[in-house]
Design a protein around this ligand. Structure first.
Ligand code: PLP
Length: 458
């Protein structure tokens, strides 16, 4: 008898009703308005289920989830402890107004604070990443009485009114209202250096000099906060050079500017540490999170607040709130997620996998495929930057390309899907951002499929 992994069996079961796929597709096409899409051109895959590092459709095909959905599924699909915790909480209390205290919210807040760096001792819960950044920025402005926020080019901070204006790439342009109160600066990115540097050290120093000049020219007394992704996520997995984040912290301190770390993508294990700032020992004044806090089993985000900021609201009220702040189901999922990650050593595993399997494996692919210009990453957060020409570094898909020009990357994605792996594509990059508990064998399966798929771009 042939034995199949459980995801193959489950996928085969889901395929027993193929007409369901058509019904789901039809309802979606007729009635769902999709994000980031021209509505006429959407054709999403109906997903039937998921387990561990795999999900499957209604037609018997399963996929290795190298995207962790939207880079949120840090503990993989269908973790039994998280499902049980949500079920238990649903029977007990499904919803409660944020003005009450509740067991899951208090426990989640205490656990998050215990994991967080520095004196980030309080949590304001939200429903996701953008809301977290909205509130962090609002807190910073209210705490300092200053209007401006510094944000990096190539960053992504969300799709709400304020956060899309913070975002430092073409996703901002159609909704830009003049970016009131936002000043963008260049962060370090040696491969496409805005400073014409040739070494990481030089790039780091020039980026810090540029940031200092920006602060001085804008007027430090007008700047409330600087928001930064410690490792740039959808902008291309740009890992900062040694000393950069510490230098940013120093400049902020010198000028009375609050430092907001946007850890919506990097938090809760993705970089092989609980928080990405831990990799460089940097302590922000505010830290925003979402995604990995409960792997997105129920929407949840939040702002971790340092004492320095929190005390400014000791006597004056914080003028903001959300009906679902600290939602019991979401917080119960967060508690179970953090417990499972700690008990199963997932954060350490993510660091190990990055260093010993994904990093070396992806660099080996780069040697074989001329379409790969650079491999960047750490932990379970990697990107392959695709180029037309390695010498000139011309992008495979040009900056701010029209959707039709994204075809070469779409072809790589299609080739991956054909081979049963589902990475994450942004502009001219393929991101390999699997769950933290991806096994070594699954990682090697993914690398082998990518190796074949990349040939379409060479
Ligand atoms: N900040 C970062 C760094 C992100 O990667 C994202 C989403 O990908 C967001 C903020 C926005 O989060 P959400 O989509 O939950 O609003």
């Amino acid at each position: 008898m042939t034995t199949h992994p459980s995801h193959v069996r489950d996928a085969a079961r889901a395929a027993e009703s193929p007409q369901r796929a058509e019904e789901i597709r039809a309802a979606d096409r007729a009635h769902v308005f999709h994000s980031w899409s021209a509505q006429r051109h959407i054709d999403p895959l109906p997903v039937a289920g998921g387990k561990g590092s795999y999900f499957w459709d209604h037609e018997g095909r399963s996929y290795l989830d190298l995207a962790s959905q939207f880079v949120n599924l840090n503990i993989g699909h269908g973790h039994p402890a998280v499902i049980a915790a949500v079920e238990r909480q649903a029977r007990q209390l499904c919803t409660v107004a944020p003005s009450f205290a509740s067991e899951p919210r208090g426990t989640a807040a205490r656990m998050i604070v215990d994991l967080a760096p520095g004196d980030l001792n309080r949590v304001f819960f939200t429903n996701g990443g953008a809301e977290s950044n909205e509130h962090a920025v609002r807190m910073a402005r209210l705490a300092t009485g200053r209007p401006k926020i510094l944000a990096a080019y190539r960053s992504y901070h969300g799709a709400t009114a304020t956060t899309i204006n913070l975002t430092g790439d073409p996703r901002r342009w159609p909704s830009d209202n003049g970016s009131a109160g936002v000043v963008h600066f260049f962060g370090p990115f040696l491969y496409r250096s805005p400073f014409h540097a040739t070494t990481e050290r030089e790039e780091c120093q020039r980026a810090l000099d540029h940031l200092e000049s920006t602060i001085v020219m804008e007027g430090p007394s007008t700047i409330a906060a600087l928001i930064i992704e410690p490792v740039v996520g959808t902008g291309g997995v740009i890992v900062p050079p040694e000393g950069y984040l510490a230098g940013v912290r120093e400049l902020c301190d010198e000028h009375g500017i609050l430092l907001i770390a946007d850890e919506v993508m990097t938090g809760f294990g993705r970089t092989g540490s609980w928080f990405a700032v831990d990799n460089w020992g940097v302590k922000p004044d505010l830290l925003t999170f979402a995604k990995g806090v409960n792997s997105g089993y129920v929407p949840l985000g939040g702002v971790l607040i340092s004492e320095r900021v929190a005390v400014t609201f000791d006597d004056k009220p914080y003028p903001g709130g959300l009906t679902y702040s600290g939602h019991p189901l979401a917080c119960a999922a967060a508690v179970a997620t953090m417990e499972a990650m700690a008990a199963e050593g997932m954060v350490e595993h993510a660091a190990w996998l990055g260093e010993h399997v994904l990093g070396p494996g992806l660099r080996e692919l780069a040697e074989r495929h001329p379409s790969v210009g650079e491999v960047r990453g750490l932990g379970v957060m990697w990107a392959l930057e695709l180029v037309r020409d390695r010498g000139s570094r011309e992008m495979l898909v040009p900056y701010a390309a029209a959707p039709a020009d994204a075809e070469p990357v779409n072809q790589v994605m299609a080739a991956c899907r054909k081979r049963g792996v589902w990475p994450f594509a942004t502009a001219n990059r393929i991101h390999v951002v699997p769950p933290c508990n991806l096994s070594e064998a699954e990682a090697r399966e993914g690398l082998a499929a990518l190796d074949e798929a990349l040939s379409v771009a060479d």
